[in-house]
Write a protein that binds this ligand. Structure first.
Ligand SMILES: Nc1nc2c(c(=O)[nH]1)N[C@H]1C(S)=C(S)[C@@H](COP(=O)(O)O)O[C@H]1N2
Ligand SMILES: [Mo]
Length: 198
């Protein structure tokens, strides 16, 4: 009988009730933001429970040390895309700039047009998380989050905010955009935490 060990291994990487895709679907609520001049139309605000709030220009973000991470994307709607390579600014390079206060326990990511996603601070700070400007060696396309998107490999991909513009540190958990619409506060794909009641 035909036996393909690499296919077997990959199957282990697909969480329950997900299907592998080889394309790169585009999924979001609302319009893709358009920028003609990042210097005047874009900044990244880091605020909330921090010793020092900062607002960075795109040039300042891109001047921070860079890193890489790989992930398997698992979208809550059921598709998974394996072996993605991301390049950008590791999360610790950004948080170093503000010094997070000890009372901070949760993070709200703020994206263009008011879209938000929440996650625990511990999950936000997981090594390997980064603010990406490249996917598989290419500059992000606008529909995949250019100029900057968050990537958190271990949660359903809706927590990986595209077009991120703000990082807010909070004491208490708050619902982001999809969480207000019934999605799970945490979103572990291996436990199938899709909806609020899962
Ligand atoms: N700003 C913003 N980021 C977002 C979303 C969104 O609606 N707005 N959707 C999320 C969801 S549900 C998924 S699956 C991924 C999709 O990323 P992609 O379009 O690059 O595949 O983006 C996430 N980040
Ligand atoms: Mo998604």
């Amino acid at each position: 009988m035909f036996f393909n060990p690499s296919a077997e291994t990959k199957q282990d990487r697909i969480p329950p009730n997900q299907k592998q895709t080889t394309g790169f679907p585009v999924l979001h609520y609302g319009e893709v933001p358009e920028y003609t001049d990042l210097a005047t139309q874009w900044n990244l605000r880091i605020f909330g429970l921090v010793e020092e709030e900062v607002t960075l220009s795109y040039e300042q973000v891109m001047a921070l040390p860079k890193g890489n991470t790989t992930n398997d994307i698992h979208c809550v709607t059921g598709w998974s895309k394996l072996d993605n390579e991301w390049e950008g600014v590791p999360v610790e390079e950004v948080t170093k700039l503000v010094r997070i206060k000890p009372e901070a326990k949760y993070v709200m990511l703020h994206a263009e047009h008011g879209w938000t996603a929440n996650l625990p601070l511990k999950d936000f700070l997981t090594p390997g998380n980064l603010f990406a400007n490249k996917h598989n060696g290419e500059e992000l396309t606008p529909e995949h989050g250019w100029p900057l998107r968050f990537v958190v490999p271990h949660l359903y991909f809706w927590k990986s905010a595209k077009w991120v513009r703000g990082i807010e540190f909070m004491e208490k958990d708050k619902q982001g955009f999809w969480e207000k619409n019934g999605y799970n506060m945490y979103g572990d794909p291996w436990k199938e935490q899709r909806f609020a009641w899962d």
